[in-house]
Design a protein. Sequence first.
Length: 487
Amino acid sequence: MRILFAASEMAPWVKTGGLGDVAAALPIALTRLGNEVKVLLPAYPGLLKDFSDAPVVAELAGLGGTLPDALLREARTPEGVGLLLIDSPALYTRGGNPYLGPDGRDWPDNVSRFGLLSRAAALLASESSPLSWKPEVLHCHDWQSALAPAYLHYLHTQPAGVLLTVHNLAFQGKFARDTLEGLGLPARAWSMDGVEFYNELSFLKAGVQFADWVSTVSPTYAREIQTDAEGMGMAGLLRGRSATLSGILNGIDETVWNPALDPLLPAPYSQAKPEGKAANKRALQKKLGLEVRDDVMLFGVVSRLTYQKGLDLLAQTEAEAALIALPAQLAVLGSGEAALEEKFSALAKRHPGQVAVTLGFDEGLAHLIEAGADCFVMPSRFEPCGLNQMYSLAYGTPPIVRATGGLADTVIDLPAGARSAGTANGFVLGPAVPPALIEAMRRAHAAWRSPALWRQLQANGMGSRFDWRAPAGQYAALYRRIRRPAA
């Protein structure tokens, strides 16, 4: 099949979260299944630098409203995935985060920046495309390209089939009503059955309304977002789409996240030869200034430091006291909310040698924490899919998670007092409250003190497969249901 991806991120050129990883890895997996995939992206500076010789293959002009003209360039990744780059310097030639300015606030022209991405996606998926290559399926990702189905609905005939994947329902791309005309949409689009959402224009709502099929990134999250508690105001609309709503768990790139082959680790190891994990723990302790001890459990965190991720629970006084009393060590890598950064920094200052906090992001340290920690802490309040728990399982680092979203779909709880791991591969807590997290940490500590049980728990995680082959097959099956051969 011919499949056009429309996304605002693609690793390694631009990535703020899981979307960038998916936009990079899924097209490769689909290509290996015999499909032809092209990824439509804004031509950010990093992409233009690496593909400086990308030829112009079309001019995108007269798109409607106040959307600017742009050039369309074509390139190909080393893995053979086609790239279509929207070259509009006024909108995309900016450093740093693709969504936020230097002040940490949304770029004021995001409605135009991602309106252009959506409009270009719709054009290329329609009978009016300037390219000879016509997709049978348009796969839109998150709000930044989710207006494309609305453009196809109102402005085109004979469009490709459209799948919208919601990576995080919390981000909905909402703008003022007066942006409708500038986006080139007709006045009739402003209705409850159109793009209007509580008197704002919502890109994501438009996509959920008009896509042929909606998917999200885990089966449990697909159920959760249809509830009023987790539906972020769209639960009713999503329940109405339940017959055409699926949850497909993300995969991980096992060429990058594989402890036996990881070049960022001082000591490789595997399920069959796990001895190197202890050497990575010692290397991590030494690097972070923790006491180098094999007889103290080490908990690891690699995360955005936000309320969503539940890490405020770990920073509270009662969790701090429980951690220190076990005794156990803690290694944290991440950044996010200023108040939470301050709490973790203060925690490290109070307990030098036992708690280490690194603010920011460091790819090498992220890999070393996954390999060197005994247990990974990820108590998210909601988690559409989550990748770090999969990395942890692959690295023999049993995770502590909440029973939500993709965490519930990948982590099997080891109950207190268990003498055999069975199929368990980690620890699951229920409510997002400090006592529940503390209880899970104590259960993990008790299991860690039983070496045979812990090795079984690690083996269960390392024996799981989280690569992209199975998810790619599930997406291909969805594409076959909605594909529309080009006219």
